[in-house]
Design a protein around this ligand. Sequence first.
Ligand code: 5GP
Ligand code: ZN
Length: 114
Amino acid sequence: MTACLFCDIAAGKRKANLVYENDDVCAFRDISPQAPTHVLVIPRKHIATLNDLQEADADLMGKLMLAAKEVAAAEGLSAKGYRVVVNCNRDAGQTVFHIHLHVLGGRYLGWPPG
Ligand code: 5GP
Ligand code: ZN
């Protein structure tokens, strides 16, 4: 095991319910779902937070968003709607320091978030 939970999931060293993967990105169901669909989309590359993004990561983050779209479509959420969230650091409640998109849907999602 490495120090990073999500690096371990991306490397197949830790079990997860994978719903999508390609060379750069993988997606799996959140262990503590906050909506009927709650999938996490991560880059295989370790990037701790949004603050750590570099110019060179621009393509990769685009691929992350495209993967989120594919996951939403596969979950039947495209027309009804869904939310894609990145939590950054303490005030946003980030608990795993490997950047990830939350894809949430399957129920009405209130706004503003808590
Ligand atoms: P954050 O709060 O950092 O934005 O989101 C981290 C998410 O990772 C949380 O929603 C949490 O439930 C989820 N999570 C934490 N550990 C695991 C795990 O081992 N497996 C899976 N599938 N999800 C996890
Ligand atoms: Zn990592």
